[in-house]
Design a protein around this ligand. Structure first.
Ligand SMILES: Nc1ncnc2c1ncn2[C@@H]1O[C@H](COP(=O)(O)OP(=O)(O)OP(=O)(O)O)[C@@H](O)[C@H]1O
Ligand SMILES: O=C(CO)[C@H](O)[C@H](O)COP(=O)(O)O
Length: 209
């Protein structure tokens, strides 16, 4: 992991010095591959080096779970994303404006009522299953895709459906097959846009692909 973080740090430092503006990094990949955990680690390491960094999940701009279920779509379906709201936020952040957002909570399937204030920073990490959306890509300078074999992705989802989402063992596996079909159709093809592809295993061990 530390070698990967070092590579990302080098890239961030280079981009910050050459682009001289707010830097957006994106982290994309299948559900539960550790994107938000990875984003937090990068943000902490950068902050420790006095490079201010915040992160934002595209989940916070998706239809809530109940609405997706009503439409019969998973989060991977682009129809689930409020792209205009997300683009407005990126425009605000680029102008160094403070922004309050309502984070999506996988346990409740809803956005939290309590806002999180995001203060201006030099680097923003946009992480989530829509982080490589075509219109988001226009704003990002460096894209990371976290990937694994299909079987491992299913295992991770099953485990997180219990531990992170609080589903019971019986319902935990119900939607995985249809969700994976939408992941393969809508998200996976965009991995080609990544500057860095990282493979993850079921123990959250990361290596550069
Ligand atoms: N390095 C790690 N070591 C151990 N467990 C981890 C690690 N990274 C993530 N996890 C666990 O795996 C689960 C998924 O992680 P996380 O929420 O970061 O994934 P994600 O890709 O952001 O998910 P989402 O689909 O909500 O975007 C969580 O329960 C988290 O605690
Ligand atoms: O959208 C997803 C997959 O479909 C992602 O897992 C996202 O984190 C939100 O999903 P969920 O409502 O299933 O917790």
């Amino acid at each position: 992991m530390s070698v990967i973080i070092e590579q990302i740090l080098d890239e961030v430092k280079y981009k910050l010095s050459s682009e001289n503006q707010v830097l957006f990094i994106s982290i994309c990949g299948c559900a539960d591959t550790g994107k938000s955990t990875f984003a937090k680690v990068i943000a902490e390491v950068l902050s420790a080096m006095s490079i201010t960094c915040n992160f934002l999940s595209t989940d916070s701009f998706m239809l809530e779970r109940q609405e997706r279920n009503k439409l019969g779509i998973s989060g991977y379906n682009p129809q689930s994303l409020n792209i205009d709201a997300l683009l407005n936020v990126l425009a605000l952040l680029r102008k160094n404006q403070t922004y309050r957002y309502y984070a999506y909570d996988n346990k409740t399937g809803r956005n939290s009522d309590e806002g999180i204030v995001m203060r201006p920073s030099k680097v923003y990490i946009i992480e989530g299953i829509h982080a490589f959306n075509q219109q988001i890509r226009q704003h990002t300078s460096f894209g990371i895709f976290i990937h694994a074999e299909d079987e491992i992705l299913r295992k991770m989802r099953l485990r997180a459906n219990v531990s992170k989402r609080g589903f019971d063992e019986e319902t935990a596996g119900e939607k995985i097959a249809s969700e994976m079909m939408e992941f393969n159709a809508y998200v996976l093809p965009d991995r080609h846009y990544a500057n860095l592809i990282i493979n993850v295993d079921e123990h959250y061990s990361y290596r550069i692909a």
